[in-house]
Design a binder for this molecule. Sequence first.
Ligand code: THG
Length: 373
Amino acid sequence: MKEPRAAKLAVSRRLRGTPYTPRVESLGVSDYSIVNHMVLPKGFGRSVEEDYWHLKEHVQMWDVSCQRQVELKGRDAAKLMQLMTPRNIQKTEVGQCLYLPLIDDEARMLNDPVVLKLAEDRFWLSIADSDVLLWAKGLSVGMGLDVSICEPDVSPLAVQGPKSEQLMLKVFGENIKDIAFFRFKILEFSGHPLVVARSGYSRQGGFEIYLDDSSLGLSLWDALWDAGAEFNVRPGSPNLIERVEGGLLSYGNEFTQENNPLECNMQAYCSIDDNVDYIGKAALKKISDDGIKQRVKGIVFNGNKCPPCASAWPVFVNEREVGQVTTAIWSPRLEANVSLGMVIRGYWNDGQLVTIQCADGSLRDGVVRDLPL
Ligand code: THG
């Protein structure tokens, strides 16, 4: 498949806006992506490098409403949740967030959501870019489960960066300090209870506010924005340089439905030899017994700033193709190009020398690295 070239997206109701869209637009959003049929603001007229340094020093507000929730609620909610993932969720507590793979009967990756356990019988799957709702409904109907499944009106707003806690303290009070990493609490905003988690798609620390009433979107944005003025708050988005350096993978980029969770470095989230049962377990056990043939690694490579990676670039060792780069960008901190990609067995060790062929045809010397970079 060939990547599309730069043309404007024709917008329509089908490409959904978010509760924060009016503010994002008045702050000068310059680039959108589409995730889960919803806009994801990606740029505000500044370079990715400038946004990167700002994110590592200050605090940013990200409209990540496109991390839509799939809600499972009812007597069989926990049963369905466990059927969908190889991660053992039996000991998960209410108030916990869990990053986990969703796989199909062939142990292929369907999504990698952050799951929130809201109650013993209620879960939110905060999804990456694939239609999990349809899969969950199909399973529920086909298996006759007692669970209701919907996409609720919930739009996460991320506050990320080293000054995020100071900012959040001003809006939500001292309770913010009691939220541990990958835990959430219900905190009040304007008399309205909101789920607030210490999580997010960066390695700089931060929070995600799960706004469950779109009509409060602008007042929530404004309260955070006003509180953030003294911390140099800016609008932002998941930052490509920071994400690659941090080894945060993206469904549809680093891995797709072609891959299994072991190839995606998710072995810690795969229960294979105990008695947890889930769809795809036999297939995953076979893959594990046979050994995987490739896995996601970091690759750092030379040369000037590489072009954007909108299609997979081949990776070679002595003329043999040993993998592909799926995301690549110049890192101003490492003063080298950093990338993520699949590398085949025998060539995936830290320190392996490789050659990358970029979209512009240039050949670059590189080295395979363990993540994070
Ligand atoms: N936040 C929420 N939903 C999301 C994302 C998010 N859905 C889509 C996408 N991002 C999912 N991808 C990731 C990848 C990594 C992490 C979170 C979401 C992450 N991982 C930590 C790690 O790898 O160290 C923690 C894992 C753990 O302790 O379980 O944070 O960003 N709401």
